[in-house]
Design a protein around this ligand. Structure first.
Ligand SMILES: *[C@@H]1O[C@H](CO)[C@@H](O)[C@H](O)[C@H]1NC(C)=O
Ligand SMILES: *[C@@H]1O[C@H](CO)[C@@H](O)[C@H](O)[C@H]1NC(C)=O
Ligand SMILES: *[C@@H]1O[C@H](CO)[C@@H](O)[C@H](O)[C@H]1NC(C)=O
Ligand SMILES: *[C@@H]1O[C@H](CO)[C@@H](O)[C@H](O)[C@H]1NC(C)=O
Ligand SMILES: *[C@@H]1O[C@H](CO)[C@@H](O)[C@H](O)[C@H]1NC(C)=O
Length: 385
């Protein structure tokens, strides 16, 4: 018995030293849209010329649906003829997850296509929404505008969070101060990370890890996706240690993640024009349209073919929890989806861990995790006899 226990403790220790993440939640297939809230208001954050529909209108106008391949589609209206006027809006979508995910999370975002074209400004990002922006922190994972051909990543926080010098990353640092308006930006270097090139390459995958060690974002085009992600199912664990250099790294040395990041909700949206894509100089740097006007040349009119490519097609989004995580009971819920998530945790972790109170110090945390994992190992071991 003593030898068994020693062996169990040993294997538990191994588990804790690899960068292992356990599956927590999947958004995919027919139930993809169940875990999200629809904005149901015009764009009052980046002042794009769009109305983000509520769920009934989004469904009836087919701006969100699951296609015949089983993938979630999120799109801009390309069937309405929008007339010029004092205020011009085209229908689009902004989705926010019902659940928020704390420090110690990994998110895998797989897309076959993402929106592009003049005036189009799509994003996939996370937002600490319990406090007024940006006090809860924000992680921009996918973002681009107009005819850009590379993705851009960023953090937005309160003053005091920076990207530390010489981070191990393949992207280019464009700004290191995360509390400036534009955030601490890293430009993607990999081709096909945005726009038509992304779609032609069959899309790709982003992995985003935020935990005590920092925030890390990886991107791979379809052909380069790591084996453990390609072969993963909704119930697989993931080890991030084999993935090599991230595209963007924000090590904790420059930013205390616990301090600057509240539990994060995931956001998918597509706006048009607004305070980035619609700025005349920025617009004209990649778009050359007759009136040289973001709204007049795009928003106004029939919508097709202008917005035929303005859609996300998403096979899945998966959320994982660090195997040593402090998130007792899983993500902190902001709304009703919570019980589903806790249930998911219970199927992957022993109850001993999921019912722990929130713990304050790192060392206490690890002790409790070992206890939980050891209990799991022992249960598995005993049930095998
Ligand atoms: C917990 O796991 C994450 C990811 O595997 C790792 O980065 C972090 O250092 C670990 N933290 C502790 C306290 O072991
Ligand atoms: C945008 O509008 C919504 C709905 O009225 C409101 O709850 C939210 O506070 C507004 N956001 C900003 C940044 O004004
Ligand atoms: C586009 O939207 C912005 C923000 O709502 C608004 O100020 C502007 O008037 C709109 N443009 C037109 C032509 O309606
Ligand atoms: C970072 O940006 C903040 C504005 O949020 C500014 O007050 C601060 O001086 C900047 N820090 C550095 C080192 O540039
Ligand atoms: C609108 O866009 C979709 C793809 O997003 C395309 O299938 C359709 O043909 C486009 N045009 C119209 C008028 O619906």
């Amino acid at each position: 018995m003593r030898t068994w226990l020693a062996a169990l403790l040993c294997s538990t220790h191994t588990l804790l030293t690899v960068a292992q993440f356990l599956p927590l939640r999947e958004y995919a297939g027919q139930s993809f849209f169940d875990g999200w809230d629809y904005y149901g208001f015009y764009d009052n954050t980046t002042w794009g010329n769009v109305t983000y529909l509520d769920q009934p209108d989004a469904v009836s106008q087919r701006l969100t649906y699951v296609n015949s391949a089983g993938n979630a589609v999120v799109k801009v209206d390309n069937t309405t003829n929008v007339a010029d006027g004092p205020l011009v809006y085209r229908n689009s979508i902004r989705l926010t997850t019902k659940d928020a995910y704390g420090v110690g999370t990994l998110v895998i975002f797989d897309a076959l296509h993402m929106p592009y074209g003049c005036s189009v400004w799509p994003s996939f990002w996370t937002l600490g929404s319990l406090k007024k922006w940006p006090h809860g922190g924000e992680i921009d994972i996918v973002e681009g505008i107009n005819m850009m051909d590379r993705n851009q990543m960023a953090l937005h926080t309160d003053p005091g969070c920076f990207q530390s010098p010489n981070p191990v990353q393949s992207g280019d640092t464009l700004e290191t101060n995360c509390s400036l308006d534009r955030g601490c930006i890293v430009g993607e270097n990999k081709p096909n990370s945005y726009g038509p090139g992304f779609a032609q390459a069959g899309g790709g995958v982003w992995a985003t890890q935020w935990d005590d060690t920092g925030v890390f974002i990886w991107f791979w085009g379809r052909a380069d996706i790591p084996d453990n992600i390609k072969s993963a199912t909704s119930t697989s664990s993931l080890d991030v240690s084999t993935w090599g250099q991230p595209s963007a790294s924000y090590p904790a040395a420059g930013c205390n993640i616990e301090q600057f990041f509240d539990p994060q909700q995931l956001v998918i949206l597509i706006t048009l024009c607004g305070v980035w894509a619609g700025i005349p100089d920025i617009y004209s740097s990649t778009c050359h349209t007759p009136k040289n006007s973001c709204y007049a040349d795009n928003i106004i009119g029939p919508g097709s073919p202008t917005y035929d490519e303005a859609y996300f097609e998403i096979p899945y989004i998966r959320v994982y929890q660090a195997s040593n995580s402090t998130q007792s009971g899983g993500p902190s819920a902001t709304q009703s989806g919570a019980s589903t998530v806790v249930q998911t945790v219970l199927t992957t972790l022993p109850a001993a861990q999921t019912t722990l109170p929130t713990l304050a110090s790192g060392s206490t945390r690890v002790t409790y995790s070992i206890t939980g994992l050891t209990l799991l190992s022992m249960l598995l071991f005993w049930s095998a006899f």
